[in-house]
Design a protein around this ligand. Structure first.
Ligand code: HDD
Length: 746
């Protein structure tokens, strides 16, 4: 092995050749170079970890560069990167400073255009494991039993710019890239199963209406403005999607707690070339849960990265989020309808009660990204990335998407070779005849990139169905005239919104009413509010009247007959119990509290896969002089209730002690004992208002009482030991919120 070159000594570094005068000493840096890491294999796919969390590739990620010495882009070692080359220490900078020019030029071009929609996102790696249950309907190899396929999933909001807040009211993108052995399959879905438009030609219209106003570029990442409501009130096929947006689905608690939907109807084909129509569903193991609107707004300021942080923290702590992939299966008839529902209309769902979602595999996200730009920003999804056994239908929205996604990557990623970017590289062998173009990184050999050829030995050859070729399903196309029209069934815009409304529980309806009232209050144009009320009247009289009252406007009568569809209980988010992995419990404590109880509570919370955060008057540790100090994660000044799913108030060290007022009085002030620190009161009252579980032990009821909370209410519990209280909180958290004490209009 060649002898390692030692770094230049300080004297050499301090004096640049030809430069008079002293150069300031370099900033102290580690001077012992480590072994250079092995060069990365050019054709390596993205690194993933196994289902048990073991890295499957060399972990180079935490190391920024692969060698000891800083170099130029061309590999020349650099003696200094902090000073431009100058004619004298106080003289002008010289144009010949190639390092300065390279460094600044590269920096100038660090940004690429953000996505025209879904610009704000967060992503993670994982694995998909087929159950084998789809074998009868699809020949896709990755769906076979126990086959493990690496995946990369990007979640996103739709409207906001790349730096916008996570918890805005919006649809969420849920895009999954399956790196299968038969080629890459992308399932580019949303957390809402219907779409605003039925034909892709209207996509620019709906997005122009929903994005910030073009004159002043406000509001950011919001639908609460005139142009959005102008469009959706004029264009009633958007009613169903808009209603979902105004429901709790528009403000998810976490990406880990969202359903995902392929939206369109797809066609699956089995080994015997028989086809069925399907809708794809992702079902989160943690259940579907949402924020309440006030929480969402507070989080936008407190922690704009709330969802991004939640996802990566959960993965880092080993609470790997999981979703089951399921399909609703329909016969592939020439009508392409099911129970009267047009399967080609992306504004319609098929209720799960009519066609159950059948599980076909499990996805586990088990590794965070190592470089946001390289992976999350550069990943390129495309609904046209299909594998044998999965095909498209004639949904006119899907047809436009099949064009748009390829097209957009060309401007976003700078040319047609984006499939060579590591995160986009298929794991299946690629043997294409695509050549040259911007950012070509492959060195293709051979002389005959055309078919047929004899000069490259006729290679590559074409595959047949028995060699895993992707063959479009030979669906019969009806003889028809060219028209710019939609089928008659596409004009029913109200039956399904009404179905959704009727399927909601009372608190969910309250939230929808509050959301419409909030959004329309933000509009300036009276005509837009009135037109939207007319749309609401055609969904439901109570909905319309309540929103009209909130706006101070008369409620119009329906102009279309109100239908009576059977409600679909599966659409409601309430009424079940779910695992609590990764939920965050804040423990309010101070130095005088029962610290052994705090310790056992922390352990009990960690043991049940949740996250305890100790909230205390100042930072540092509690019981700092003891054997087992308790780390404090939040001070009263830095904590806000929206960070926590539940709160636990530490008890007194001895039964019957009565120091609560004093202990929670603002540190260092001479307030009377009953004057509880207002930040603690805010924590408690806010958590209470948002229907969160609150517990405490050994005298904690006195502190709760000062916040107007009594222990006999739903979701509130005070007991004798901290472990018993953790158990109670965990049970309450399983239902997400104490819905029984949920106040109206939040
Ligand atoms: Fe789209 C991005 C989902 C309709 C055009 N879309 C994009 C992303 C998701 C969706 C999740 C983000 C992908 C990522 O994380 O990189 N889009 C949908 C769904 C739709 C839909 C579920 C309806 C069922 N989209 C749709 C239409 C068009 C587009 C009708 C155009 C005709 N979508 C795009 C795009 C984007 C995109 C402009 C922006 C960035 C990108 O593709 O890669 O091409």
């Amino acid at each position: 092995m060649a002898k390692k070159q030692q770094p230049a000594g300080d004297a050499a570094r301090n004096e640049l050749p030809g430069q008079p005068g002293p150069v300031p000493p370099p900033v102290a840096e580690p001077m012992q170079p480590g072994e250079p890491l092995p060069p990365k294999q050019d054709q390596d796919g993205p690194e993933t970890v196994s289902p048990t969390g073991q890295p499957t590739g060399a972990d180079q990620a935490r190391v920024a560069q692969s060698g000891a010495y800083l170099t130029t882009a061309q590999g020349a070692r650099l003696p200094d990167t902090d000073h431009s080359l100058k004619a004298g220490a106080r003289g002008p900078v010289l144009l010949q400073d190639h390092h300065l020019r390279e460094k600044i030029t590269h920096f100038d071009h660090e940004r690429i255009p953000e996505r025209v929609v879904h610009a704000r996102g967060a992503a993670a790696h994982g694995v998909f494991q087929g159950y084998g249950t789809a074998g009868e309907v699809s020949k896709a190899a990755f769906l076979a039993k126990d086959v493990e396929t690496p995946v990369f999933v990007r979640f996103s909001t739709v409207l906001g710019s790349r730096g916008s807040a996570d918890t805005v009211r919006d649809t969420r993108g849920f895009a999954t890239k399956f790196y299968t052995e038969e080629g890459t399959f992308d399932l580019v879905g949303n957390n809402i199963p219907v779409f605003f438009i039925q034909d892709a030609i209207k996509f620019p219209d709906v997005i122009h209406a929903a994005k910030p106003h073009p004159d002043r570029e406000i509001p950011q990442a919001q639908s609460a403005h005139d142009t959005f409501w102008d469009f959706v009130s004029l264009h009633t096929e958007a009613t169903h999607h808009t209603l979902w947006n105004m429901s709790d689905r528009g403000i998810p608690r976490s990406y880990r707690m969202m359903e995902g939907f392929g939206v369109h109807t797809f066609r699956l084909v089995n080994a015997a070339e028989e086809s069925v129509l399907v809708k794809f569903h992702w079902k989160p193991k943690l259940g579907v849960h949402s924020l309440v609107w006030e929480e969402a707004q507070l989080i936008n300021g407190m922690d704009p990265d709330f969802h991004r942080r939640d996802l990566s923290d959960a993965i880092e702590s080993g609470a790997f989020p999981q979703w089951e992939l399921g399909i609703q299966v329909f016969p592939d008839t020439p009508e392409q309808t099911f129970e009267g529902i047009d399967l080609l209309d992306p504004t319609k769902i098929v209720p799960e009660e009519l066609a159950p979602v059948q599980p076909i595999g499990l996805m586990t996200l088990n590794a965070n990204t190592k470089n946001y730009f390289a992976e999350t920003e550069q990943v390129a999804f495309h609904p046209g990335h299909l594998v044998p056994g999965i095909d498209v239908t004639d949904d006119p929205l899907l047809a436009g998407r099949l064009f748009s996604y390829l097209d957009t990557q060309i401007s976003r990623l700078g040319g047609p070779n984006f499939a060579q970017i590591p995160i986009n590289r298929p794991h299946a062998p690629v043997n294409d005849m695509l050549r040259d173009g911007m950012h070509q990184t492959a060195v293709h050999t051979g002389v005959a990139p055309y078919h047929p050829n004899s000069l490259d030995g006729g290679c590559p050859f074409l595959a047949g169905a028995d060699m895993s070729a992707f063959i479009e399903t030979p669906v019969k196309v009806p003889a028809a005239s060219k028209v710019r029209e939609a089928p008659a069934s596409f004009s029913d815009h109200f039956t399904q919104p009404r179905l959704f409304w009727l399927s909601m529980t009372p608190p969910e309806r309250e939230h929808i009413i509050a959301a419409y009232t909030f959004e329309l209050n933000k509009c300036y144009e009276q005509a837009i509010k009135e037109r939207t009320l007319q749309v609401l009247a055609n969904i439901d009289t109570e909905l319309c009247e309540e929103v009209a009252t909130g706006l101070g406007l008369p409620a119009p009568a329906a102009t279309e007959p109100l239908t009576e569809p059977d409600p679909s209980p599966a659409l409601s988010q309430m009424g079940g119990t779910w695992p609590t992995d990764g939920r965050v419990i804040g423990i309010i404590a101070d130095a005088e509290a029962d610290l052994d109880g705090v310790r056992t509570a922390r352990h009990a919370i960690l043991d049940s896969g949740m996250v305890p955060l100790v909230i205390a008057p100042t930072g540092g540790t509690l019981d700092s002089d003891g054997d087992d100090p308790i780390p404090i994660q939040r001070t009263y000044a830095a904590a806000r209730s929206v960070e926590f799913d539940a709160l636990l108030v530490a008890g007194e060290p001895q039964a019957g002690a009565d120091a609560y007022g004093a202990r929670y009085a603002k540190a260092g002030t001479a307030q009377p004992p009953q004057a509880v620190d207002p930040r603690v009161l805010l924590l408690l009252t806010e958590a209470y208002r948002h229907g969160k579980a609150i517990g405490g032990w050994n005298g904690a009821e006195r502190l709760l009482a000062s916040a107007g909370i009594t222990a006999d209410e739903p979701g509130i519990a005070v007991g004798e030991t901290s472990t018993a209280m953790v158990e109670e909180l965990t049970q309450a958290l399983g239902e997400h919120r104490a819905w029984d004490r949920f106040p109206a209009n939040l």
